[in-house]
Write a protein that binds this ligand. Structure first.
Ligand code: FMN
Length: 250
């Protein structure tokens, strides 16, 4: 999918927490989706991944979706960032094709392994009327810009801040200074929601991959050329972990 299509889709996507008044995916929709899944670009090409489309009934998801896309991966350094990065390409493709989607972190499937890879997460999907997608992204609930971004906003910060994340935790901070953009996974000290800490870190690593993909779509859309370096995020307890650094120019 072209960058401008990804970019447009950022404004249209939203989570379908419940799928109502759904339509059926046609054979053609499913074939196109399968073909698209083979074209996604990984953050870490050395990590093996696989995606599988199954009926929602083959999972614990009961949100009224028709299918779930299951994500499997080798469990290696950076694999959760990688799944977020890949999965967000899928999320944006789906919205662009009027297929409603939900990243479904709590979902499980009996098929915990596939070809030696672990099940990681799923995205539930159903065909929806075009009118059901997001009409005004800026009304979505997100942290204010100054909580997640320092330095020049590059005309992208106020878009990329609408990235989706587990429980809307938005665990990202971007620091922009002198043609260098640093992206951190961040968790406020002491603040604990209902999720156990290890699970929060698990999901937040996926969230970071999502954020990186949206960030890159926005950078390209603004005509920036960049190089990305990623860093290992090994410390589960870290409040602020450097995930990626971009050096850029126009
Ligand atoms: C990694 C990840 C896991 C998620 N897991 C769930 C989930 O288990 N259940 C659910 O209802 N929503 C889930 N969501 C959806 C988020 O709640 C949603 O993306 C967030 O609130 C922002 O809303 P939006 O996607 O409509 O912009 C998940 C999102 C992400 C990115």
């Amino acid at each position: 999918m072209e960058n401008k299509e990804y970019y447009r889709s950022i404004f249209k996507r939203k989570s379908f927490h419940l799928f109502r008044d759904t339509k059926k995916l046609s054979e053609e929709d499913l074939n196109d989706l399968s073909k698209f899944l083979e074209t996604v670009v990984p953050l870490h090409p050395e990590i093996r991944t696989k995606m599988k489309i199954v009926k929602e009934s083959e999972t614990t998801c009961k949100r009224g979706a028709e299918y779930c896309i299951l994500f499997y991966s080798e469990n290696k350094e950076g694999y959760l960032n990688n799944i977020g990065y890949i999965g967000e390409q899928v999320d944006l493709y789906l919205a662009a094709h009027d297929i409603g989607a939900l990243w479904f972190g709590i979902g499980k499937t009996d098929a915990r392994q596939d070809e030696g890879m672990d099940y990681v997460i799923m995205i539930a999907v159903s065909k929806m009327d075009r009118g059901k997608f997001r009409k005004d992204m800026f009304k979505a609930k997100r942290k204010p810009l100054d909580e997640i971004w320092t330095g020049d906003d590059m005309n992208i910060a106020d878009i990329v801040r609408f990235s989706p994340s587990a429980c809307n935790t938005q665990p990202w901070i971007a620091e922009n200074d002198d043609h260098t953009l640093k992206v951190f996974r961040y968790r406020k000290p002491g603040k604990r929601g209902i999720m156990p800490a290890v699970l929060v870190t698990f999901y937040n690593r996926i969230d970071m991959g999502i954020f990186l993909f949206l960030l890159e779509v926005c950078l390209k859309n603004e005509g920036y050329v960049f190089e990305r370096e990623t860093y290992p995020d090994q410390d589960d307890e870290a409040q602020k972990a450097l995930i990626a650094q971009y050096t850029y120019h126009k």
